[in-house]
Design a protein around this ligand. Sequence first.
Ligand SMILES: Nc1ncnc2c1ncn2[C@@H]1O[C@H](COP(=O)(O)OP(=O)(O)OP(=O)(O)O)[C@@H](O)[C@H]1O
Length: 298
Amino acid sequence: MDRTEAPAPPSRRDAALAAPVISLHGGTLAYGGRVLWQALDLDVRPGEFLAVLGPNGSGKTSLLRVILGRRHLTAGSLTVLGHAAGQAGRHIGYVPQHRSLPAHTLVRARDAVRLGVYGHRWGPRPGRRAARRRADELLEAVGAAPFADVPLGRLSGGEHQRVRVAQALATDPRLLLCDEPLLSLDLQYQSAVTALIDRRRRSADTAVVFVTHEINPVLGMADRVLYLAPAGFRVGPPEDVMTTSALTRLYGTRVDVVHVGGRVVVVGAPDGTVPHHHGNGPHGTGVNAAAPGDGGRT
Ligand SMILES: Nc1ncnc2c1ncn2[C@@H]1O[C@H](COP(=O)(O)OP(=O)(O)OP(=O)(O)O)[C@@H](O)[C@H]1O
């Protein structure tokens, strides 16, 4: 594991002055008549760590796909690194949601990560030795060195997930989009992966959008939480969003947030969700806006 000291994160003031990496205004996404989220305003700054939470089907993965330019907003505007979504691809690292590969996939982890070091780079490319060293560092950092020469198709879900994180970081991204990167990782590797991502955003000012079902593994590093829910969304620091009153309003039913041994436990959140429809959405409910006092953070 990489144990180098992490530099301090950019101060909130510095971050507030920097041009946003993601600038989303009035964003609405609907599939047919079914609205996943609407009137979403969100600026994500360099070096910021945004955790995206919400129940199944609330549109977290879809948000990442919109940022990647793979889906279009139904309404609203979006720029990513100053360009229309889809035009900043080479600066974006993406850790997709876990999907198993065919068992006959022969590419080795080492090659996949090395390709990332070369792949998206413009201008002078690193020499072979430098690329090998960088790939080895990343494989080591995610604990994948012992199986770096095993074909990807033969890795377990958790092993492959760690390789995916190394691949995404190999591109030296300015924006890192992670879709449930901790799924199927045991606690040791959850910490290794989150620490690696945290170091990256502190040392290189990479903005991180991190979709997760669990706030606890990223509680110490998330600057803000975007919570997508049936009755709307809320954006703000974790201590403002992960509260009984905020989640009760977002779910439209009593949800308790309790703190136990330094962990945040959400009790009573209904499983799944029934997304709202046009004309019956969160407008006017007051829960789709940033919390009072959140000015400038969204
Ligand atoms: N191309 C599509 N066409 C129609 N509906 C879609 C499409 N893609 C996703 N959906 C639906 O939109 C909803 C949101 O999907 P999405 O994957 O964004 O949710 P999520 O919050 O990431 O869920 P999970 O936590 O289960 O991963 C789901 O109900 C899904 O079935």
